[in-house]
Each structure stands twice: as C-alpha cells, then as structure tokens.
Ligand binder design. Structure first.
Ligand code: NAD
Length: 349
C-alpha cells in the first residue's frame, strides 16, 4: 500500500508515517515545514527533528511541499491507496489573529487534498484530522459539577460528547469554522463522489515528538515546561478536564478505518471517560516524577475554554473495533521520557 501523509513532519503525522512504514508500506511524508519554522522563530527551538527522524526510516520518502500547491500535491497522491491528511494551521489563537492563513491552510488545503484524491486513478481513501472544536462553545451547556481538583459532568451516566451533538447555534472560532468546513467537505466527497473518507474529531492527543507550546499541545507543554524550568500560566483554576489519547492509539484507529470497508465515517476521538485528567492532576503527576515544582502563575479564563470536554468514543469503538490501550499515566510517562532524553531540542538555540 502507498500511504501519503500530509503534515508528515508534525506530531501526529510523524507517528502515522512511522507506523505505516513499520508495516512495510511505502509512505510519503508531505510537509511544508511551516510548523518547524514557526517554532524556530517564536521559541528558538529545533523542531526539524521530526523531519530528520523521518529521513532515517526505511520506506519513508520525504517531500517538502504545501497542500496549497495543487499540482505538486496531486503528483505525490496520484498512485496513493490511502491519504492521511494531518496538515493544518493548528492553533485557535493564531486563527484569531490571522484568520486568512487559517482559512487557506485548513479549508483550501483540505479541498486540494480531496480534489487530488478524487482525480487520482488509484481511488485512495482519505482520513481527515478534524477536531472537537467543530462543536463550538455549546459543549459548555452540558451541566457540570465542581470537585476538589477537577470539574466533572453532573450526570455520572453521561459518557461524553457524541457525534450527534449539534454543530449549529454555537459560537465557533475561525479555527473551529475552517476545520468544520473541511470536515463537511470530507464527508461530502464520500456522498457526492464516492470516495472512502473518515473524519476523526479529536480532543487532546499527546505523545513523544510533540512540540507542545502554550497555544497548542498542552500535555506536552506542561511536561516540557516542568523539565526545562519554564514558568507556566494556568488560565482559570486548573480544574479543567480533558479526555486525552496517546498518539499510538489514535494511529491504530486510523489504520482500522483504512482496513475496513466503511464508506464514510465520522468519529469523536479521544481517551474517552476512562482516560481523563485535569490540569492540576497532570501537574502533580509530572512533579512526582521530576521532583521539581512548576513555576506557576494564574491568569483569567480564556474565551471559550471548556471546563470539561470528554469524547463519547462508543461509535469508534463499535464500528472500528477499537479502544484506547494506553492509560494516562503510562502514556504521559512515555512523553516525559522522550522530553528528558531529548533535552537539547528544548534549549533555546
Ligand atoms: N494534537 C492534537 O491534540 C489535535 C487535536 C485536534 C485536532 N488536531 C488536528 O490534527 C492535525 C495534526 O495536528 P498536530 O498536533 O500533529 O499538529 P502539528 O503542527 O505538529 O503538525 C501539522 C503539520 O502540518 C504542516 N503544515 C501546515 N501547513 C501545511 C501546508 N499548507 N502544507 C503542508 N504541510 C503543512 C506543519 O508544518 C506541521 O508539520 C491537525 O489537522 C490538527 O488540527 C490535533
């Protein structure tokens, strides 16, 4: 099988490449390295290491290019069997200050991927990395209760946000809109053109090779900050809860879809109710390993921040015969060890 991974140099993309290459598939990692340059500029970090890592893998070919360059994209996708589209502008904050770049990358970039797939002779399936942000702020209307170190859903039987949750009558951000538009296009290319497509609406994915920053990738951001002695700001009270999913579990779900005969899948994707953590709980866990206290300050709640978000993963579990295997403590420890062993990557250059 030939698998093309847009955003291959990114956190999730690099794991998709590694996994499919390890099974002997021919993998093309397609990335414009915009994230690496952004991190280099903003944080002075050497984040080209994922690209360098990919170059060491058998069966992986790296191609530098943008999803906005249709002819180049089409040339790498022409004989693909599966496309995993991870490339995106990923930060809500950036989408607020630069909505045009967000729109172009997330909506036009995805449209180009779909057109390249539709016009490819090999009739590839397309897996799209969508987000829980497509539901917007109305997820905050679910009743919650406050506990000592975390918030929780008031109804203990509520399993989390299902795919049937409304995307309408909800406030979104430009990021939420561009991803939602792309999400609908991906579904529609299955209905209108008969492509096999899947949308994964992901909550918090974490793991090694994640260059988390304050704006995006919070689990990695807290691990990196603790190990490098960088101050962190908690916006709100730190009791916010998310379901978190280890990246290798996510890649197994993608693989399950690719190997299935499902024509069009839409899945909420996260660790589910069994794999949740609050910020305060995660910080305690990290401190217990490093024996180093966080340098913490508190700021106001950020607009639209959710007190609790947990994905209902029943549909993915049933249709894809999938469930998360890696629990929070084990997965975060793996991320923690990666950051510890790669301390040089997190020094300012
Ligand atoms: N990490 C999460 O928790 C999470 C949660 C929800 C959704 N997502 C989605 O998953 C996907 C991957 O996220 P990630 O955390 O791996 O992000 P990432 O920033 O690590 O990876 C994205 C990659 O896409 C590349 N890229 C950006 N614009 C491009 C373009 N025009 N052409 C080619 N490459 C381009 C970047 O250089 C980067 O390497 C994104 O679509 C994101 O919206 C991630």
């Amino acid at each position: 099988m030939k698998v093309v991974v847009t955003g291959g140099s990114g956190f999730i993309g690099s794991h998709v490449c590694e996994h499919f290459a390890s099974l002997g598939n021919a993998v093309v990692a397609y990335d414009n390295l915009s994230r690496a340059s952004l991190l280099q500029k903003k944080e002075g970090k050497n984040s080209q290491s994922n690209w360098e890592f990919l170059k060491t893998l058998r069966h992986v070919k790296t191609v530098r290019g943008s999803t906005l360059d249709y002819s180049k994209l089409k040339s790498v996708m022409d004989d693909a069997d599966a496309i995993v589209h991870t490339a995106a502008q990923t930060a809500v904050t950036t989408s607020l200050t630069d909505p045009r770049t967000d729109f172009n990358t997330n909506l036009l970039g995805t449209f180009n991927v779909l057109e390249a797939a539709r016009n490819a002779e090999s009739n590839p399936c397309v897996v799209f990395c969508s987000t829980n942000k497509v539901y917007g702020e109305s997820v905050n209307e679910v009743e919650i209760t406050e506990k000592k170190r975390r918030y929780a859903y008031a109804d203990p039987k509520f399993k989390g946000i299902p795919e049937t949750f409304s995307i309408d009558r909800s406030k979104h951000t430009p990021y939420g809109c561009s991803k939602l538009g792309a999400d609908l296009y991906v579904q529609d290319y299955a209905h209108t053109y008969g492509l096999r497509t899947a949308v994964f609406r992901m909550s918090c994915i974490y793991g090694p090779r994640q260059f988390g920053v304050e704006d995006q990738g919070w689990v990695a951001w807290f691990v990196i900050a603790n190990l490098t002695g960088t101050p962190v700001t908690i916006y709100g009270d730190g009791k916010q809860v998310r379901d978190v999913l280890f990246v290798k579990d996510l890649v197994r779900a993608y693989e399950a879809f690719i190997n299935s005969d499902i024509r069009c899948g839409v899945y909420n994707m996260g660790g589910g109710a069994k794999n949740t953590t609050s910020i305060l709980e995660l910080m305690s866990l990290i401190e217990s390993w490093s024996m180093r206290k966080f340098k913490t300050s508190y700021g106001n709640w950020r607009a639209g921040d959710q007190k609790v978000y947990i994905s209902d993963i029943t549909k993915a579990s049933e249709e894809l015969n999938w469930s998360p295997k890696v629990g929070v403590e084990k997965g975060v420890k793996e991320l923690y060890e990666w950051v510890r062993k790669n301390a040089d990557l997190f020094k300012s250059q």
